[in-house]
Write a protein that binds this ligand. Structure first.
Ligand SMILES: *Cc1c(COP(=O)(O)O)cnc(C)c1O
Length: 361
């Protein structure tokens, strides 16, 4: 895919840009440019263009606005000790994007085109990459169905875009999130779209998120659709349970059954935990096992993981059956060790022995 340059002629002034980066947060400010490419059933993918960030103009009958045919990705560029910038495992996101496209009947973007377009845009926006540890440039590639018409069918036109936003360390080490275990609503069912990163999954999750808030909780924990018993994910993040403590601890995560989203962070932590000497296990955990594991002391720490927050400790879990609190509500030592190790690899302060970092600059 050829990338044409038609950049923003009026980019943010350096002082303003630095102030916006320093303000932190997540998704508040977007960088000066975005990337866009169009696909058509007849002609395939056209060239990509890097151009000024700004509104899209869409016909009101554009397919995505009615039937939600949309997929997205999330990955980060991290500044490195030598002043360079690296992407973390962009190949994994590229492959997942192609899988999501396939499930949503959107055109697959070749892996190399995904990586090249993301790399070129980040190169262009390199001054927007925050320098501090834990901070990054968050990259949001997405694809929408842009055939105009209300007929229900796979769109014969699609638009791929990449936008970027500086993200601060999204982690409050003194506050574990509280979770509401939803038994009324489900995120994903067998045969559905749970394994695809699709906007529709999020749309369908928001009512449960609202319910969690009325229960005084920060996030929803999703159970399997059939038995409403097996723990799957938390909000838009995967879950980890630490069983036992010290070097004999087991680092456990729900296995990928087809209804879970295969997180890149989840996958990286399987490897990092093994590298750190822990036993690692993928399996099934029921809400009863969660409750009993907390009661018996077998489960010592719980955390959620995903690109945006990297690692987020989970404290109290509330359900129709009661509330179970992990530890003292503060992030546990293994949670912190894993988080610091992964972030260290991403920032180039710990050796990247699996070759995960891809240099942009
Ligand atoms: C994106 C996402 C995750 C986390 O995936 P990462 O690749 O680690 O960011 C987990 N669950 C859901 C539902 C997601 O959409």
């Amino acid at each position: 895919m050829k990338i044409n340059l038609s950049p923003n002629q009026n980019p943010t002034a350096p002082a303003d840009r630095e102030a916006k980066i320093a303000e932190g947060g997540f998704g508040k400010y977007y960088t000066d440019n975005m990337l866009i490419a169009e696909w058509d059933e007849q002609s395939g993918w056209g060239d990509a263009t890097i151009k000024a960030y700004g509104p899209l103009s869409l016909d009101p009958a554009t397919s995505v606005l009615h039937y939600g045919q949309e997929i997205f990705e999330g990955l980060k560029a991290y500044s490195q000790p030598d002043g360079g910038v690296s992407l973390f495992r962009p190949d994994a996101n590229a492959k997942r994007f192609a899988k999501s496209a396939n499930r949503l009947a959107l055109p697959e973007l070749p892996v190399e085109d995904f990586i090249n377009t993301v790399t070129e845009l980040v190169k262009h926006e390199i001054n927007w990459v925050p320098k501090n540890f834990g901070e990054s440039l968050y990259i949001r590639p997405f694809m929408i169905a842009t055939e105009v018409g209300l007929g229900v069918r796979p769109s014969n036109h699609a638009t791929y875009l990449v936008i970027t936003t500086p993200a601060s360390a999204y982690f409050n080490p003194n506050k574990a999130v509280t979770v509401w275990i939803s038994t009324e609503y489900v995120r994903a069912a067998p045969g559905g779209t749970g394994a695809a990163k699709a906007g529709g999954n999020y749309a369908a999750s928001l009512l449960a998120q609202k319910e969690a808030a009325t229960q005084g909780c920060d996030q929803v924990v999703w159970l399997d659709a059939l038995e409403r018993k097996w723990v799957e994910e938390m909000g838009g993040m995967n879950l980890y349970f630490i069983k036992g403590s010290g070097k004999d601890a087991t680092v456990f995560t729900p296995k990928l059954t087809g209804t879970l989203l295969a997180g890149v962070t989840r996958d990286s932590i399987l490897t990092v935990a093994r590298d750190l000497g822990y036993k690692v296990e993928e399996g099934m955990i029921s809400i009863d096992q969660w409750r009993d594991g907390i009661a018996s002391g077998e489960i010592t720490e719980i955390f959620a993981c995903g690109t945006a927050a990297v690692v987020s400790p989970v404290g109290a879990a509330k359900s129709a059956q009661g509330t179970w609190t992990t530890g003292n509500g503060e992030p546990g030592p293994i949670t912190m060790e894993i988080r610091n190790h992964l972030l260290g690899i991403q920032h180039g302060t710990i050796a990247d022995k699996h070759g995960w970092n891809v240099k942009v600059k």
